[in-house]
Design a protein around this ligand. Structure first.
Ligand code: MLT
Length: 266
């Protein structure tokens, strides 16, 4: 897997296919492999770039902010830096899953010139409530002693649909392995960054590029009701609910997610 220096961070990325660029940004605390099924279905139609965010997969963490966190806008700047480093000059289709979606709002806000179309997948625009924020800071404080396995255990019931948890051991085990292998320092950094993220609902009416809002019908983290409201607030968004999928819709039902993305790419 190739990697490239982006402002002192060694960023690893998968790069397949040719043509218009589709940037697939993974969620927390995952890596680019969550996109394998989606990328495979689109790489004959476009150039699919799926990086590992700093600290995840094969990418280095680099430095973190004084509070130990990496705010969403820093991940966004890393992605713009990656495009620069790869000499991709034109705007791209940005598709972000969950934390990748939180980063997407910042990417759009800071680098509107870089966005041809935007997909928000199983994600949220609102900030956390106090309970969630406190939970994130608690995890950030303790994950070094707990280890990432405990994070995987705690997250699992909310990630997949009940059907997938029962019948798709292959998908579930692969995801547990990725989370369990994550660097606890990167987990803490992202939790602190996510806890501090602002309410971005005010940005939604300004997202005038073609957009897709995609959600698993059983998503317990970013619910269909919340995501439909997001789509309604965006001037140019198409809403897709993926039947039978939970939060991890791109992993559970990659064909449906790829089809919704293809409409933006072509
Ligand atoms: C993710 O999938 O990226 C996380 O569930 C996001 C979050 O913790 O809010």
């Amino acid at each position: 897997m190739p990697s490239i220096d982006v402002g002192g961070v060694r960023m690893a990325y998968s790069d397949r296919g040719a043509g218009p660029v589709l940037l697939l940004v993974h969620g927390f605390p995952l890596d680019h492999t969550m996109w394998d099924g989606v990328a495979r279905r689109l790489e004959d139609r476009c150039r699919v770039i799926s990086p590992d965010l700093r600290g995840y997969g094969a990418s280095s963490l680099g430095d973190v902010d004084a509070d130990g966190g990496v705010p969403m806008h820093r991940y966004a700047d890393d992605l713009a830096g990656l495009l620069d480093a790869l000499r991709i000059d034109g705007p791209v289709v940005y598709a972000g899953f969950s934390m990748g979606g939180y980063i997407g709002w910042q990417f759009f806000r800071r680098r509107r010139d870089r966005v041809r179309a935007l997909a928000a997948i199983d994600t949220r625009a609102a900030a956390d409530d106090e309970q969630t924020r406190n939970m994130r800071l608690h995890v950030a404080r303790h994950v070094m002693e707990w280890g990432a396995e405990r994070v995987a255990e705690a997250m699992l019931p909310k990630l997949f649909s009940a059907d997938a948890l029962r019948d798709r051991a292959d998908l579930v085990e692969r995801t547990v392995a990725v989370i369990s292998g994550a660097d606890p320092r990167a987990i803490a950094a992202a939790q602190i960054g996510m806890a501090a993220r602002p309410d971005m609902r005010g940005l939604l009416p300004t997202i005038d590029v073609p957009a897709a809002v995609i959600v698993g019908e059983d998503d317990a983290i970013s619910t269909p009701a919340e995501m439909r409201a997001m789509a309604d607030a965006m001037p140019n968004a198409r809403y897709t609910e993926v039947a039978g999928a939970g939060h991890m819709a791109p992993v559970e039902e990659p064909a449906a997610v790829a089809e919704a993305l293809a409409a933006l790419v072509l």
